[in-house]
Write a protein that binds this ligand. Sequence first.
Ligand SMILES: C=CC1=C(C)c2cc3[nH]c(cc4nc(cc5[nH]c(cc1n2)c(C)c5CCC(=O)O)C(CCC(=O)O)=C4C)c(C)c3C=C
Ligand code: FES
Ligand SMILES: [Fe+2]
Length: 408
Amino acid sequence: MSLRQSAGLLARSTPASGSTTAIRSLATVHPVTSAKPPTGIVMMNMGGPSTIPEVHDFLSRLFHDRDLIPLPMQSILAPLIARRRTPKIEKQYTEIGGGSPILKWTREQGRQMCELLDELRPESAPHKPYVAFRYAKPLTEDCLAEMRADGVTRAVAFSQYPQYSCSTTGSSLNELFVQSVKNKRGAENWGGNGEVEWSILDRWPKHAGLVEAVTQNIRAALKQYPEAKRDNVVLLFSAHSLPLEIVNRGDPYVAEVAATVYSVMEKLGFSNPYRLTWQSQVGPKAWQGPQTSDSIEGFAKNGQKDICLVPIAFTSDHIETLYELDIEVKEEADKLGVDLKRAESLNDSPIFVRALADLIKGHLDQYDMTGKPTGKQLGLRCQGCTNPKCGKTKEWMATGGRGVEATA
Ligand SMILES: C=CC1=C(C)c2cc3[nH]c(cc4nc(cc5[nH]c(cc1n2)c(C)c5CCC(=O)O)C(CCC(=O)O)=C4C)c(C)c3C=C
Ligand code: FES
Ligand SMILES: [Fe+2]
Protein backbone atom coordinates (compact mmCIF):
# COMPACT_ATOMS: atom_id res chain seq x y z
CA MET A 1 0.00 0.00 0.00
CA SER A 2 1.35 3.44 -0.90
CA LEU A 3 1.61 6.18 1.65
CA ARG A 4 -1.10 8.07 -0.21
CA GLN A 5 -3.47 5.10 0.03
CA SER A 6 -2.67 4.80 3.71
CA ALA A 7 -3.41 8.47 4.09
CA GLY A 8 -6.84 7.89 2.54
CA LEU A 9 -7.55 5.17 5.06
CA LEU A 10 -6.53 7.47 7.83
CA ALA A 11 -8.72 10.28 6.66
CA ARG A 12 -11.71 7.96 6.95
CA SER A 13 -10.91 6.74 10.42
CA THR A 14 -12.36 8.23 13.61
CA PRO A 15 -10.73 11.43 14.85
CA ALA A 16 -8.24 11.04 17.67
CA SER A 17 -9.96 10.02 20.86
CA GLY A 18 -6.97 11.10 22.92
CA SER A 19 -7.38 14.31 24.82
CA THR A 20 -5.41 17.21 23.46
CA THR A 21 -3.74 19.68 25.73
CA ALA A 22 -1.37 22.37 24.86
CA ILE A 23 1.31 24.27 26.62
CA ARG A 24 3.71 26.89 25.48
CA SER A 25 7.00 26.77 27.24
CA LEU A 26 10.11 28.76 26.95
CA ALA A 27 12.97 26.42 26.17
CA THR A 28 16.36 26.56 24.60
CA VAL A 29 16.72 26.46 20.86
CA HIS A 30 19.45 27.49 18.52
CA PRO A 31 18.61 30.43 16.32
CA VAL A 32 16.45 29.08 13.49
CA THR A 33 18.25 28.82 10.19
CA SER A 34 16.63 29.40 6.82
CA ALA A 35 15.38 25.77 6.54
CA LYS A 36 12.02 25.12 8.21
CA PRO A 37 12.64 23.31 11.51
CA PRO A 38 10.79 20.02 11.97
CA THR A 39 7.65 19.62 14.06
CA GLY A 40 8.94 17.44 16.89
CA ILE A 41 6.90 14.37 17.80
CA VAL A 42 8.25 13.29 21.17
CA MET A 43 7.54 9.63 21.87
CA MET A 44 7.47 9.25 25.65
CA ASN A 45 7.76 5.85 27.29
CA MET A 46 9.52 4.10 30.15
CA GLY A 47 12.19 2.51 27.93
CA GLY A 48 14.16 -0.61 28.65
CA PRO A 49 17.81 -1.69 28.69
CA SER A 50 18.90 -2.28 25.08
CA THR A 51 21.89 -4.31 26.30
CA ILE A 52 22.70 -6.32 29.44
CA PRO A 53 25.22 -3.79 30.85
CA GLU A 54 22.41 -1.18 30.82
CA VAL A 55 20.14 -3.24 33.13
CA HIS A 56 21.52 -1.84 36.39
CA ASP A 57 21.16 1.82 35.40
CA PHE A 58 17.65 1.15 34.09
CA LEU A 59 16.59 -0.39 37.41
CA SER A 60 18.37 2.29 39.39
CA ARG A 61 16.50 5.12 37.61
CA LEU A 62 13.24 3.18 37.96
CA PHE A 63 13.58 2.65 41.72
CA HIS A 64 14.61 6.30 42.21
CA ASP A 65 11.37 7.51 40.59
CA ARG A 66 9.02 8.62 43.37
CA ASP A 67 6.18 9.03 40.84
CA LEU A 68 6.39 5.25 40.24
CA ILE A 69 7.57 3.83 43.54
CA PRO A 70 7.65 6.15 46.55
CA LEU A 71 9.97 4.45 49.04
CA PRO A 72 10.95 5.51 52.55
CA MET A 73 14.54 6.82 52.44
CA GLN A 74 14.41 6.53 48.64
CA SER A 75 17.97 7.72 48.01
CA ILE A 76 19.30 4.94 50.26
CA LEU A 77 16.87 2.12 49.44
CA ALA A 78 16.65 2.62 45.65
CA PRO A 79 20.32 1.82 44.91
CA LEU A 80 20.18 -1.19 47.26
CA ILE A 81 17.07 -2.67 45.62
CA ALA A 82 18.39 -1.96 42.13
CA ARG A 83 21.70 -3.68 42.90
CA ARG A 84 20.02 -6.69 44.50
CA ARG A 85 17.55 -7.08 41.63
CA THR A 86 20.06 -6.61 38.78
CA PRO A 87 21.37 -10.23 38.40
CA LYS A 88 17.84 -11.71 38.22
CA ILE A 89 16.65 -9.16 35.66
CA GLU A 90 19.91 -9.43 33.65
CA LYS A 91 19.20 -13.15 33.33
CA GLN A 92 15.69 -12.48 32.05
CA TYR A 93 16.89 -9.97 29.45
CA THR A 94 19.60 -12.45 28.40
CA GLU A 95 16.91 -15.08 27.81
CA ILE A 96 14.92 -12.75 25.54
CA GLY A 97 17.89 -12.05 23.28
CA GLY A 98 20.16 -9.72 25.27
CA GLY A 99 18.01 -6.65 25.92
CA SER A 100 14.68 -4.89 25.57
CA PRO A 101 13.51 -4.30 21.98
CA ILE A 102 11.57 -1.19 22.99
CA LEU A 103 14.01 1.33 21.49
CA LYS A 104 14.16 -0.57 18.19
CA TRP A 105 10.35 -0.68 17.92
CA THR A 106 9.85 2.93 19.03
CA ARG A 107 12.33 4.21 16.43
CA GLU A 108 10.68 2.13 13.70
CA GLN A 109 7.17 3.23 14.71
CA GLY A 110 8.31 6.86 14.82
CA ARG A 111 10.04 6.72 11.43
CA GLN A 112 7.01 5.26 9.68
CA MET A 113 4.57 7.52 11.56
CA CYS A 114 6.42 10.69 10.49
CA GLU A 115 6.71 9.52 6.86
CA LEU A 116 2.92 9.20 6.82
CA LEU A 117 2.40 12.48 8.64
CA ASP A 118 4.43 14.42 6.06
CA GLU A 119 1.88 13.31 3.44
CA LEU A 120 -1.18 13.69 5.65
CA ARG A 121 -0.34 17.10 7.02
CA PRO A 122 2.07 19.00 4.76
CA GLU A 123 1.36 22.27 6.59
CA SER A 124 3.26 21.04 9.67
CA ALA A 125 5.88 19.01 7.74
CA PRO A 126 8.60 18.01 8.12
CA HIS A 127 7.71 15.94 11.18
CA LYS A 128 10.56 14.37 13.11
CA PRO A 129 10.31 11.62 15.75
CA TYR A 130 12.23 12.06 19.00
CA VAL A 131 12.41 9.46 21.78
CA ALA A 132 12.19 10.47 25.47
CA PHE A 133 12.54 7.44 27.76
CA ARG A 134 12.06 7.71 31.51
CA TYR A 135 14.56 5.05 32.67
CA ALA A 136 16.82 4.25 29.69
CA LYS A 137 18.68 6.19 27.01
CA PRO A 138 17.67 8.37 25.25
CA LEU A 139 16.40 10.17 28.36
CA THR A 140 14.22 13.30 28.33
CA GLU A 141 17.28 15.55 28.60
CA ASP A 142 18.93 13.78 25.61
CA CYS A 143 15.73 14.29 23.64
CA LEU A 144 15.55 18.01 24.48
CA ALA A 145 19.20 18.46 23.52
CA GLU A 146 18.56 16.83 20.15
CA MET A 147 15.51 19.01 19.57
CA ARG A 148 17.50 22.10 20.48
CA ALA A 149 20.22 21.16 18.00
CA ASP A 150 17.56 20.77 15.29
CA GLY A 151 16.05 24.17 16.09
CA VAL A 152 12.62 22.74 16.94
CA THR A 153 10.05 25.39 17.89
CA ARG A 154 6.85 23.27 17.88
CA ALA A 155 6.58 19.88 19.55
CA VAL A 156 4.00 17.33 20.62
CA ALA A 157 4.63 15.29 23.77
CA PHE A 158 3.10 12.00 22.68
CA SER A 159 2.60 9.35 25.39
CA GLN A 160 3.19 5.86 24.05
CA TYR A 161 1.00 4.42 26.82
CA PRO A 162 -2.52 4.27 25.34
CA GLN A 163 -4.02 4.35 28.84
CA TYR A 164 -3.06 7.08 31.33
CA SER A 165 -1.50 6.34 34.69
CA CYS A 166 0.15 8.90 36.94
CA SER A 167 2.88 6.27 37.47
CA THR A 168 3.71 6.09 33.74
CA THR A 169 2.59 8.98 31.51
CA GLY A 170 2.28 11.22 34.59
CA SER A 171 5.88 10.45 35.53
CA SER A 172 7.09 11.21 31.99
CA LEU A 173 5.22 14.54 31.96
CA ASN A 174 6.61 15.50 35.36
CA GLU A 175 10.08 14.75 34.01
CA LEU A 176 9.44 16.80 30.86
CA PHE A 177 8.48 19.74 33.07
CA VAL A 178 11.57 19.38 35.26
CA GLN A 179 13.95 19.03 32.31
CA SER A 180 12.30 21.88 30.39
CA VAL A 181 12.85 24.18 33.33
CA LYS A 182 16.51 23.16 33.42
CA ASN A 183 16.65 23.69 29.68
CA LYS A 184 15.26 27.19 30.02
CA ARG A 185 17.87 28.00 32.62
CA GLY A 186 20.46 26.52 30.25
CA ALA A 187 19.14 28.81 27.53
CA GLU A 188 20.30 31.85 29.43
CA ASN A 189 23.76 30.37 29.84
CA TRP A 190 23.85 29.57 26.17
CA GLY A 191 22.57 32.97 25.17
CA GLY A 192 19.69 31.40 23.23
CA ASN A 193 16.09 32.39 23.94
CA GLY A 194 13.95 30.51 21.49
CA GLU A 195 10.42 29.34 22.24
CA VAL A 196 9.16 25.80 21.94
CA GLU A 197 5.42 25.53 21.69
CA TRP A 198 4.36 22.26 23.32
CA SER A 199 1.12 20.35 23.17
CA ILE A 200 0.41 17.03 24.82
CA LEU A 201 -1.32 13.90 23.59
CA ASP A 202 -1.71 12.07 26.87
CA ARG A 203 -4.06 9.10 26.25
CA TRP A 204 -5.84 7.30 23.45
CA PRO A 205 -7.42 4.15 24.93
CA LYS A 206 -10.29 3.89 22.43
CA HIS A 207 -8.67 5.13 19.23
CA ALA A 208 -10.18 3.27 16.27
CA GLY A 209 -6.78 2.38 14.78
CA LEU A 210 -5.48 1.01 18.08
CA VAL A 211 -8.61 -1.10 18.49
CA GLU A 212 -8.43 -2.34 14.90
CA ALA A 213 -4.73 -3.25 15.20
CA VAL A 214 -5.29 -5.29 18.38
CA THR A 215 -8.34 -6.95 16.83
CA GLN A 216 -6.34 -8.05 13.78
CA ASN A 217 -3.66 -9.61 15.97
CA ILE A 218 -6.31 -11.48 17.97
CA ARG A 219 -7.91 -12.82 14.79
CA ALA A 220 -4.49 -14.06 13.59
CA ALA A 221 -3.84 -15.80 16.94
CA LEU A 222 -7.28 -17.43 16.98
CA LYS A 223 -6.60 -18.92 13.55
CA GLN A 224 -3.94 -21.11 15.18
CA TYR A 225 -6.62 -23.05 17.10
CA PRO A 226 -8.57 -25.86 15.42
CA GLU A 227 -11.75 -24.48 13.86
CA ALA A 228 -14.01 -26.57 16.09
CA LYS A 229 -12.55 -24.95 19.24
CA ARG A 230 -11.91 -21.43 17.93
CA ASP A 231 -15.10 -19.65 19.09
CA ASN A 232 -14.77 -20.92 22.65
CA VAL A 233 -11.16 -19.92 23.23
CA VAL A 234 -10.99 -17.55 26.22
CA LEU A 235 -9.42 -14.21 25.31
CA LEU A 236 -7.33 -13.30 28.32
CA PHE A 237 -6.39 -9.62 28.08
CA SER A 238 -3.30 -9.01 30.19
CA ALA A 239 -2.13 -5.60 31.40
CA HIS A 240 0.69 -4.56 33.73
CA SER A 241 -0.87 -4.30 37.19
CA LEU A 242 -0.85 -1.29 39.53
CA PRO A 243 -0.45 -1.21 43.32
CA LEU A 244 -3.91 -0.82 44.89
CA GLU A 245 -2.84 2.31 46.73
CA ILE A 246 -2.36 3.99 43.32
CA VAL A 247 -5.71 2.67 42.03
CA ASN A 248 -7.45 3.84 45.21
CA ARG A 249 -6.08 7.38 45.06
CA GLY A 250 -8.02 7.77 41.79
CA ASP A 251 -5.57 6.76 39.05
CA PRO A 252 -7.51 6.43 35.74
CA TYR A 253 -5.39 3.54 34.32
CA VAL A 254 -7.52 0.56 35.34
CA ALA A 255 -10.70 2.13 33.95
CA GLU A 256 -8.97 3.12 30.70
CA VAL A 257 -7.50 -0.35 30.16
CA ALA A 258 -10.99 -1.77 30.64
CA ALA A 259 -12.27 0.73 28.05
CA THR A 260 -9.74 -0.54 25.50
CA VAL A 261 -10.68 -4.15 26.20
CA TYR A 262 -14.39 -3.47 25.78
CA SER A 263 -13.82 -1.58 22.51
CA VAL A 264 -11.78 -4.49 21.13
CA MET A 265 -14.49 -6.96 22.12
CA GLU A 266 -17.13 -4.78 20.45
CA LYS A 267 -15.03 -4.73 17.29
CA LEU A 268 -14.82 -8.54 17.45
CA GLY A 269 -18.62 -8.73 17.82
CA PHE A 270 -18.07 -10.49 21.16
CA SER A 271 -17.00 -13.55 19.21
CA ASN A 272 -15.34 -15.16 22.27
CA PRO A 273 -15.60 -15.20 26.07
CA TYR A 274 -13.04 -12.88 27.65
CA ARG A 275 -11.56 -11.54 30.89
CA LEU A 276 -9.12 -8.77 31.83
CA THR A 277 -6.24 -9.82 34.10
CA TRP A 278 -3.16 -8.13 35.54
CA GLN A 279 0.50 -9.14 35.50
CA SER A 280 4.01 -8.18 36.66
CA GLN A 281 3.39 -7.36 40.32
CA VAL A 282 6.63 -6.46 42.13
CA GLY A 283 7.21 -6.45 45.89
CA PRO A 284 4.99 -7.27 48.89
CA LYS A 285 2.21 -4.66 48.51
CA ALA A 286 -1.35 -5.43 47.31
CA TRP A 287 -1.80 -5.01 43.54
CA GLN A 288 -4.80 -4.89 41.23
CA GLY A 289 -5.92 -8.44 40.40
CA PRO A 290 -6.73 -11.05 39.37
CA GLN A 291 -3.23 -12.06 38.37
CA THR A 292 -2.75 -13.47 34.88
CA SER A 293 -1.00 -16.65 36.06
CA ASP A 294 -3.65 -17.35 38.76
CA SER A 295 -6.37 -16.86 36.18
CA ILE A 296 -4.91 -19.49 33.87
CA GLU A 297 -4.67 -21.92 36.77
CA GLY A 298 -8.27 -21.19 37.77
CA PHE A 299 -9.63 -21.59 34.25
CA ALA A 300 -7.72 -24.88 33.88
CA LYS A 301 -9.26 -26.19 37.12
CA ASN A 302 -12.71 -25.28 35.77
CA GLY A 303 -11.97 -27.22 32.59
CA GLN A 304 -11.32 -24.28 30.26
CA LYS A 305 -8.07 -25.27 28.57
CA ASP A 306 -7.97 -23.10 25.42
CA ILE A 307 -6.70 -19.64 26.28
CA CYS A 308 -5.30 -16.83 24.14
CA LEU A 309 -3.32 -14.09 25.90
CA VAL A 310 -3.68 -10.53 24.57
CA PRO A 311 -1.19 -7.88 25.82
CA ILE A 312 -3.28 -4.70 26.02
CA ALA A 313 -1.43 -1.91 27.82
CA PHE A 314 1.88 -1.72 26.00
CA THR A 315 2.41 -1.20 22.30
CA SER A 316 5.56 -3.22 21.68
CA ASP A 317 7.29 -6.31 23.01
CA HIS A 318 9.22 -6.12 26.24
CA ILE A 319 10.36 -8.32 29.11
CA GLU A 320 6.78 -8.78 30.35
CA THR A 321 5.59 -10.29 27.07
CA LEU A 322 8.74 -12.06 25.91
CA TYR A 323 9.83 -13.44 29.30
CA GLU A 324 6.91 -13.38 31.73
CA LEU A 325 4.16 -14.44 29.29
CA ASP A 326 6.08 -16.43 26.66
CA ILE A 327 8.42 -18.29 29.04
CA GLU A 328 7.15 -18.26 32.65
CA VAL A 329 3.38 -18.30 32.14
CA LYS A 330 3.67 -20.61 29.11
CA GLU A 331 5.62 -23.20 31.15
CA GLU A 332 2.94 -23.18 33.86
CA ALA A 333 0.17 -23.47 31.26
CA ASP A 334 1.89 -26.45 29.62
CA LYS A 335 2.03 -28.22 33.00
CA LEU A 336 -1.72 -27.61 33.44
CA GLY A 337 -2.49 -28.98 29.97
CA VAL A 338 -3.67 -25.57 28.76
CA ASP A 339 -3.34 -24.79 25.04
CA LEU A 340 -1.97 -21.26 25.55
CA LYS A 341 -1.23 -18.95 22.64
CA ARG A 342 -0.57 -15.21 22.51
CA ALA A 343 -1.67 -12.43 20.19
CA GLU A 344 1.38 -10.57 18.86
CA SER A 345 2.32 -7.21 20.30
CA LEU A 346 1.65 -4.25 18.01
CA ASN A 347 5.34 -3.57 17.19
CA ASP A 348 5.44 -2.54 13.49
CA SER A 349 1.84 -3.47 12.63
CA PRO A 350 1.00 -1.25 9.61
CA ILE A 351 -2.47 -0.53 11.00
CA PHE A 352 -0.96 0.51 14.29
CA VAL A 353 1.59 2.81 12.64
CA ARG A 354 -1.24 4.45 10.68
CA ALA A 355 -3.12 4.85 13.97
CA LEU A 356 -0.14 6.74 15.45
CA ALA A 357 -0.04 9.11 12.46
CA ASP A 358 -3.82 9.57 12.63
CA LEU A 359 -3.64 10.38 16.33
CA ILE A 360 -1.05 13.10 15.77
CA LYS A 361 -2.88 14.55 12.77
CA GLY A 362 -6.11 14.77 14.82
CA HIS A 363 -4.20 16.29 17.72
CA LEU A 364 -2.45 18.94 15.59
CA ASP A 365 -5.73 19.84 13.83
CA GLN A 366 -7.52 20.18 17.16
CA TYR A 367 -4.76 22.31 18.65
CA ASP A 368 -4.67 24.61 15.62
CA MET A 369 -8.43 25.05 15.88
CA THR A 370 -8.75 25.58 19.63
CA GLY A 371 -5.26 26.63 20.78
CA LYS A 372 -6.35 25.52 24.26
CA PRO A 373 -3.47 25.38 26.74
CA THR A 374 -4.78 22.39 28.70
CA GLY A 375 -7.24 19.56 28.26
CA LYS A 376 -9.82 18.99 30.94
CA GLN A 377 -8.80 15.46 31.92
CA LEU A 378 -5.06 16.09 32.12
CA GLY A 379 -5.68 19.19 34.24
CA LEU A 380 -7.41 17.22 37.00
CA ARG A 381 -5.24 15.83 39.81
CA CYS A 382 -6.25 12.51 41.33
CA GLN A 383 -8.55 13.01 44.31
CA GLY A 384 -5.95 11.34 46.53
CA CYS A 385 -2.86 13.04 45.00
CA THR A 386 -0.34 14.33 47.51
CA ASN A 387 2.56 14.63 45.05
CA PRO A 388 3.51 18.31 44.73
CA LYS A 389 5.26 17.60 41.40
CA CYS A 390 1.89 16.75 39.78
CA GLY A 391 0.51 20.12 40.85
CA LYS A 392 3.51 22.01 39.47
CA THR A 393 3.45 20.18 36.15
CA LYS A 394 -0.26 20.82 35.71
CA GLU A 395 0.18 24.46 36.70
CA TRP A 396 2.91 24.76 34.08
CA MET A 397 0.55 23.33 31.50
CA ALA A 398 -2.41 25.43 32.62
CA THR A 399 -0.44 28.66 32.45
CA GLY A 400 0.91 27.74 29.05
CA GLY A 401 4.45 27.59 30.40
CA ARG A 402 4.47 31.18 31.67
CA GLY A 403 6.16 31.70 35.03
CA VAL A 404 7.97 28.44 34.54
CA GLU A 405 10.86 29.35 36.83
CA ALA A 406 8.51 30.48 39.59
CA THR A 407 6.86 27.07 39.72
CA ALA A 408 10.02 24.97 39.44
C1 LIG B 1 1.41 0.29 31.23
C2 LIG B 1 2.45 -0.35 31.58
C3 LIG B 1 3.10 -0.30 32.90
C4 LIG B 1 2.65 0.15 34.14
C5 LIG B 1 1.31 0.73 34.49
C6 LIG B 1 3.71 -0.07 35.06
C7 LIG B 1 3.65 0.22 36.42
C8 LIG B 1 4.61 -0.16 37.33
N1 LIG B 1 5.77 -0.87 37.12
C9 LIG B 1 6.46 -1.06 38.29
C10 LIG B 1 7.69 -1.72 38.46
C11 LIG B 1 8.50 -2.24 37.44
N2 LIG B 1 8.20 -2.26 36.10
C12 LIG B 1 9.26 -2.85 35.43
C13 LIG B 1 9.36 -3.06 34.08
C14 LIG B 1 8.38 -2.74 33.16
N3 LIG B 1 7.17 -2.10 33.42
C15 LIG B 1 6.47 -1.95 32.24
C16 LIG B 1 5.22 -1.36 32.06
C17 LIG B 1 4.44 -0.78 33.08
N4 LIG B 1 4.77 -0.62 34.38
C18 LIG B 1 7.29 -2.53 31.21
C19 LIG B 1 6.90 -2.54 29.75
C20 LIG B 1 8.46 -2.98 31.75
C21 LIG B 1 9.62 -3.66 31.02
C22 LIG B 1 10.45 -2.75 30.19
C23 LIG B 1 11.14 -3.48 29.05
O1 LIG B 1 11.55 -4.61 29.20
O2 LIG B 1 11.27 -2.90 27.99
C24 LIG B 1 10.28 -3.17 36.35
C25 LIG B 1 11.65 -3.74 35.98
C26 LIG B 1 11.63 -5.20 35.78
C27 LIG B 1 11.62 -5.87 37.12
O3 LIG B 1 12.45 -5.53 37.97
O4 LIG B 1 10.73 -6.70 37.31
C28 LIG B 1 9.81 -2.82 37.61
C29 LIG B 1 10.52 -2.96 38.93
C30 LIG B 1 5.68 -0.44 39.30
C31 LIG B 1 6.06 -0.40 40.75
C32 LIG B 1 4.55 0.11 38.70
C33 LIG B 1 3.45 0.90 39.27
C34 LIG B 1 3.55 1.71 40.27
S1 FES C 1 -0.96 11.06 41.56
FE1 FES C 1 -2.48 11.42 40.03
S2 FES C 1 -2.25 13.59 39.74
FE2 FES C 1 -0.75 13.20 41.26
FE1 LIG D 1 6.35 -1.77 35.34
